[in-house]
Design a protein around this ligand. Structure first.
Ligand code: SAH
Ligand code: SF4
Ligand code: F3S
Length: 470
């Protein structure tokens, strides 16, 4: 069962934050905290809460662990290399602890929801003081206060289906582009995926809480709202509402801003959803619809609950209703039991759809998932070859993909200085394609109208057309 953390419990945590702040204040100079977030946008959003709580405790934030008083690693478990990276960084902190035994080192996030990882930290990383799971995030003030009053290793990893904690302070990464979680957890249990085990069951925030957060972000100057969930398309099921209704509500809010969302699962990408997106002018014209494989047989083994034909049907409907929409996807190569023929179906699917771009992954076995115990006869070398082939095919498809935008005038959110040169400004089109253009820095944070003049493989270059959009 989902637990809503009560207002009383949140008030208790705020008291701990104040008590911790008082103890820090006795030290003279304000403490410095370093938060390193790995993984997806959900984790980045949790990182904003961690930073918010630390700021409430009087901490300044530091970009580096060197010399920090508090170091927190907010971890990701989705693939083995994500975990390896965390362990590598964590090992390096041994020296920091030797240099400064007072430093408080904490590890949280998805990795520590797994027993074998917690055991490894317990045994091999004695310099870690705090380990807290995704359901204990809101108790950080209490945990830090505990460290300040009694230096004892502390492990807090509550089980259960997951919690919703409203009202945590936030330190946003950007005031312009704001992430708003709309739901947590996942019920889909794709057989390769660890997320449902480490993030608990699906649970949606109340629509009024989301709308209140969206309004306050817009009032604070936000121009892009990114609605977050592992599967936003199943938002609101337990509350008697749904994602299209939420999109319509947010789209109707006053102000000039755009709405993005991630991730969406093809099995729940209904016609109603696509119709709603077509009608909501503030919603991005970009569908990131992870297909994972082009073989219905492999999709069955993955427990994705759609076939190749279902997926192509959704794509056709999107193209019919929103012809200018961009499509991107995730692909896993080398799922256990995938054959050369299955892989070729993936190649033929990506050719058929013509994705704007792809996120591609080699299958990584995750302990405790169903796929981890499936026979996996294909060698790592062969999977590597398939992976390179996939990149090549997508490279061909992507070449020239953006030519279609040349000559078009598009509404672009100006996000900042150009990547290649500070002389240029950069922004994103309604299809989420990067575009660079000349212009004054005062335009940052505004929507401008840009005529596209040139297309490269990953970006566009254009010129501002005056006065089309204010
Ligand atoms: N909830 C999101 C996915 C989150 S994980 C969704 O369903 O779209 C992001 C991507 O990582 C997945 O789409 C998948 O392509 C990839 N992925 C997840 N588990 C993986 C694993 N064990 N090995 C390789 N790739 C994986
Ligand atoms: Fe993982 Fe599937 Fe859930 Fe996405 S929908 S988080 S891939 S189990
Ligand atoms: Fe990683 Fe957890 Fe996100 S496993 S991808 S950080 S939900």
């Amino acid at each position: 069962m989902t637990t809503n953390i009560t207002a009383e419990e949140m008030a208790i945590q705020r008291e701990f934050a104040q008590k911790a702040a008082a103890l820090f204040a006795e030290r003279g100079s304000p403490p410095k905290a370093h938060v390193h977030t790995f993984g997806c946008q959900q984790n980045v959003s949790d990182g904003e809460k961690i930073k918010g709580m630390l700021a409430e405790m009087g901490c300044g934030l530091s970009d580096t662990p060197d010399g920090a008083d508090i170091i927190i690693f907010n971890t990701c478990a989705v693939r083995e290399n994500a975990e390896d990276r965390v362990f590598g960084n964590l090992g390096a902190l041994k020296h920091e602890k030797r240099r400064n035994p007072d430093v408080i080192i904490g590890v949280c996030g998805c990795m520590v929801q797994q027993e074998h990882i917690v055991e490894r930290i317990r045994r091999s990383f004695p310099h870690v003081d705090l380990v807290f799971g995704t359901n204990a995030l809101h108790t950080l003030p209490e945990l830090i206060y505990g460290q300040l009053t009694e230096r004892k290793r502390s492990f807090r990893i509550p089980g259960g289906d997951g919690v919703i904690a409203e009202g945590l302070p936030l330190r946003r990464e950007s005031a312009l582009k704001v992430s708003i979680p709309i739901m947590y957890g996942c019920n889909n249990f794709c057989t390769y995926c660890i997320v449902p085990y480490v993030r608990g069951r699906e649970r949606s925030r109340r629509m009024e809480d989301i709308i209140a957060e969206a309004k306050s972000a817009i009032a604070g100057g936000a121009k892009e709202l990114l609605l977050l969930g592992q599967n936003v398309n199943s938002y609101g099921k337990e509350l008697g509402t749904d994602f299209p209704s939420l999109l319509r509500e947010i789209n109707a809010l006053d102000g000039e801003f755009r709405i993005c969302y991630m991730s969406s699962h093809p099995k729940d990408a209904t016609r109603e959803l696509i119709d709603t997106i077509a009608e909501c002018e503030k919603v991005t014209r970009h569908f990131h619809l992870p297909v994972q494989s082009g073989s219905s047989r492999v999709l069955g083994l993955m427990n994705r609950r759609y076939t190749r034909e279902d997926y192509l049907g959704i794509v056709n409907y999107i193209r019919e209703r929103i012809p200018d929409a961009a499509l991107t996807s995730d692909i896993i190569v080398g799922f256990p039991g995938e054959t050369r023929e299955d892989f070729e179906e993936t190649l033929s699917l990506i050719r058929e759809v013509g994705f704007d771009s792809l996120y591609t992954f080699i299958y990584s076995p995750r302990k405790g998932t169903k796929a981890a115990s499936m026979p996996d006869p294909v060698s790592a070398e062969e999977k590597g070859e398939w992976f390179r082939e996939l990149l090549e095919v997508q490279g061909e498809i992507g070449r020239g993909m953006y030519e279609k935008y040349v000559g078009q005038t598009l509404r672009v959110l100006c996000e900042g200085e150009g990547r290649t040169s500070s002389e240029l400004l950069t922004g994103k089109t309604p299809q989420d394609v990067i575009v660079d253009f000349d212009g004054d820095r005062s335009l940052i944070g505004r929507f401008v109208s840009v005529k596209i003049e040139r297309a490269y493989q990953w970006a566009l270059v254009g010129k501002i057309i005056e006065n089309l959009f204010s």
